[in-house]
Design a protein around this ligand. Structure first.
Ligand code: NAP
Length: 250
């Protein structure tokens, strides 16, 4: 039986784990970083927490006799993607990156594309006084200097400590979100601009569509380049890659 390590934390990883659960010739271990307190229920074996860098992951692949790795982590999980590429290179384990396509600017979108949260923070003062931050809790520090801007911050879980922001309010929520709710939220809080990561996918796209509908600016964080290597965009393509690699096994 082949053993597959699925690096998860995304909707695609969950869909893939569900599809793989039915396969009798494959044993899947889904790995989660442990960032969300109540992750969606994932079929099969699940492990939680870091591996200890690329070196730790390489040792894990050997100890667990992993045959294949699917990196289905979020497009902005740059370190994990890099570590997976390095560990697989070192151990010779075939790796596939499952990367959903980025959102594309449409007519009516008022996007300001930036490369970093620092650049996003620099852009804000000329743009808005009330800003909706939808980039998670790890990258907020860049906005700490803006004492005259009020932030609405959407998070999945309540934060463990105070956020590094002056005036702000937290709203909890996990996608999928509806466009009508996104519009209502913006009106309720008088939001003038949105900061978002170009995550792609349908789960959180309503915030982008709502901004277009309301004519609001979106500061869109450009996603990091994935490490070199084979990459696909859909769960079905990943399933085909797995099928091809398991069929090749002696
Ligand atoms: P990251 O910055 O690329 O990774 C930081 C460290 O977290 C890694 O070096 C690794 O620790 C550990 N890690 C990350 N993903 C892991 C996984 N699937 N299994 C085990 N350990 C993992 O990652 P991140 O951006 O903090 O994202 C963490 C998780 O949240 C990922 O699984 C990602 O898919 C999910 N997520 C991220 C975002 C985002 O915007 N970044 C959004 C939605 C979901 P070690 O070095 O100790 O192995």
């Amino acid at each position: 039986m082949a053993r597959l390590l699925l690096l998860g934390g995304t909707r695609e990883a969950l869909e893939l784990a569900r599809a793989l659960a039915a396969k009798a010739d494959l044993q899947t271990i889904t790995s989660l970083a442990g960032r969300t307190r109540t992750p969606a229920e994932t079929p099969g074996e699940v492990r939680v927490g870091g591996f200890g860098g690329a070196e730790g992951l390489a040792r894990f692949l050997e100890a667990e006799a992993v045959d294949l790795v699917i990196d289905a982590t979020h497009p902005f999980a740059e370190i994990m993607a890099r570590n997976a590429a390095a560990a697989c290179r070192e151990t010779g384990v075939p790796r596939l990156k499952l990367l959903r396509p980025a959102w594309k600017r449409e007519s009516g979108d008022r996007w300001i594309e930036v490369e970093s949260t620092e650049q996003a923070a620099e852009t804000l003062p000329s743009l808005a006084k009330r800003v909706f931050l939808t980039i998670g809790h790890q990258d907020l520090r860049a906005f700490a200097r803006h004492s005259k801007i009020w932030f609405l911050v959407r998070l999945i879980d309540p934060p463990e400590g105070p956020l590094p922001l002056a005036a702000h309010e937290i709203v909890l929520g996990r996608g999928p979100f509806a466009e009508a709710d996104e519009i209502a939220l913006r009106r309720e809080y008088g939001i003038e601009a949105l900061v978002a990561k170009n995550s792609g996918g349908e789960l959180t796209y309503a915030k982008i569509a709502a901004a277009r509908r309301l004519g609001l600016s979106v500061i869109m964080l450009h996603r990091p380049d994935p490490p070199p290597g084979k990459s696909v965009e859909t769960v079905d393509q990943a399933l085909a890659w797995i099928a091809a690699h398991t069929a090749e096994r002696p």
